[in-house]
Ligand binder design. Structure first.
Ligand code: SF4
Length: 277
């Protein structure tokens, strides 16, 4: 019987909700889940913005950000996961340009020189809804009416109907900050760099909903571990699952989608299953 993990993160909960079997591969068997290009781009952007926020407020301008991006670039360029992408010079230029475009987009949202930053990339361990929570808060700001939790996103903003659910992540960070510091943040927000901001005040009802959903996932993990039963949940995302070659149901799903022309050409499962591109 698999042991319960010592902590549960927002991304672990997301994996659980996507597919219990994928969760088992990742969190019980502890198999690697190498970051793809979008995640590596996000890491580069987060690093530059972290360095920017460590600067004195009046020095946080675009010129400084450009220099910090140049200084931070070798960390990404030498990362084995980035090297594994096999970028040629043009692909690397394109990657760096997309990163810089996302960094610059922060100025469309705010002037970083006006932000009072209390912490960046803050690791938070807390008890949230009875669940041992772990997370990394991108940025915690001090504003006139209290603290604000901010998470940067370099991917696409959610469709309008998915916005409330997407805010669960930052509401859970707000709950963890409250447990950790004894102070409830006033607001929680997602900065989609290049496509705007989604935010919410941190209220009892908002927190209750997010925490309840998170605790339900944790309870599901507990039941699955007790029974050692992690069923596959097949769907389009099997095409992006790093474990598809060891999952018969997921493999069948991907092959069936490929045969029907319903699998994107860039789905990593094509390589993992030896399907034609
Ligand atoms: S291939 Fe699909 S069903 Fe199998 S573990 Fe991955 S996501 Fe789950």
């Amino acid at each position: 019987m698999p042991a319960l993990p010592r902590s549960f993160s927002v991304s672990a909960a997301g994996t659980w909700r996507q597919c219990p079997r994928r969760w088992r591969f990742r969190y019980v068997e502890k198999r690697a889940d190498p970051p793809g290009e979008p995640a590596l781009l996000g890491t580069f952007v987060h690093r530059v913005l972290e360095l920017l926020c460590a600067e004195p407020a009046d020095g946080r301008d675009l010129d400084r950000a450009r220099r910090l991006a140049a200084e931070a670039w070798p960390e990404t360029a030498e990362d084995p996961d980035y090297v594994a992408l096999g970028h040629d010079a043009e692909a690397q230029r394109n990657f760096k340009w997309r990163g810089w475009t996302a960094i610059q987009a922060l100025w469309q949202i705010e002037d970083p020189a006006d932000v009072e930053v209390r912490a960046t990339e803050a690791r938070v361990e807390a008890t949230v809804g009875g669940v041992p929570f772990f997370g990394v808060v991108d940025r915690l700001d001090v504003e006139a009416d209290g603290l604000a939790v901010t998470d940067y996103k370099t991917g696409k903003a959610p469709r309008p109907g998915d916005v409330p659910k997407s805010l669960d992540q930052v509401l859970l960070y707000a709950a963890a900050v409250e447990d950790h510091l004894g102070e409830r943040p006033a607001r929680a927000r997602l900065y989609y760099l290049g496509s705007g901001v989604h935010q919410t005040d941190v209220t009892d009802s908002g927190l209750d909903g997010a925490v309840e959903r998170f605790a339900e996932s944790w309870a599901g993990v507990g039941r699955a571990c007790a029974a050692d039963d992690f069923p596959p949940d097949v769907g389009p995302l099997c095409g992006w699952c790093p474990y598809v070659a060891d999952c018969p149901e997921g493999g069948d799903e991907v092959r069936s989608r490929a045969a029907r022309g319903r699998l994107r050409d860039d789905a990593p499962a094509r390589v993992l299953l030896g399907l034609p591109a």
